[in-house]
Design a protein around this ligand. Structure first.
Ligand SMILES: [Zn+2]
Length: 231
């Protein structure tokens, strides 16, 4: 599935006989790219051996930095990914631009948390992002129920306002969404649910785009009909 291939992930990148960890997307234009390395800088003290890789995006031509820690205790085998400057974000072309600032803010933070290896924080962030997205969509479809939607739980929102899509949430995923983190955190399966939550977010981002297009078309049609009646 193409959708899967475009997911944000860390990849290995060789430059001057060193293997760096970079992300597979440009932090400026969000496209899947194979960046061009331009230079590398070295920062060192007793604790860190940081290599800064200057990269350029072949598509938008913008430059950015990737920071890796090569200290021996950073990780056993590979360099440790520290981050990018600027931080990975979302650009104009992304489906995310259709969403509210509240969603964008939390979703971007969740992605950055995941890139930095903060899996638990990322997991909560993705679940909460999904909740915001589902509520935003429900409010678009049922503006008269805005207050009730804002105050209901994620699962209540799913059951009441997304009944036609609830089959996408496997029984296990629904259980995780409903249950307490401390109960699941001990199991290995816990983090496989993070992928399911991310897939649900991807699905509802597409759903939102289609919904907005439909609303737009219907409103245009109403305007046309209104003008005709006026004549
Ligand atoms: Zn770019």
């Amino acid at each position: 599935m193409q959708k899967h291939e475009t997911k944000l992930k860390k990849i290995h990148y060789e430059y001057l006989d060193l293997e760096y960890i970079v992300i597979n997307k440009c932090p400026h234009c969000n496209l899947d790219i194979h960046p061009n390395a331009e230079n590398t800088y070295f920062l060192q003290n007793n604790t860190f051996q940081i290599r800064v890789l200057s990269l350029a995006c072949p598509s938008c031509k913008e430059q950015y930095f990737i920071l890796n820690d090569f200290s021996e205790d950073a990780t056993a085998i590979h360099a440790k990914y520290l981050g990018s400057i600027p931080k990975y974000g979302f650009n104009e072309n992304s489906l995310v631009k259709n969403t509210t600032k509240k969603f964008q803010n939390l979703y971007t933070q969740s992605i950055n948390a995941e890139i930095l290896g903060n899996q638990d924080i990322a997991f909560f962030g993705y679940i909460k992002s999904l909740e915001i997205l589902l509520k935003d969509i429900a409010i678009l479809e049922h503006p008269e129920n805005e207050d009730a939607i804002l105050f209901c739980s994620l699962t209540a929102c799913l059951e009441q306002y997304h009944a036609t899509n609830i089959h996408l949430f496997s029984k296990k995923l629904l259980e995780v969404l409903k249950c307490d983190y401390l109960h699941y955190q001990k199991t290995d399966a816990f983090f496989t649910y993070a992928e399911l939550v991310k897939d649900c977010i991807d699905y509802f981002l597409l759903y939102l785009e289609l919904l907005l297009k439909t609303i737009n078309l219907n409103e245009n049609q109403k305007l046309i009909n209104g003008t005709r009646k006026g004549h």
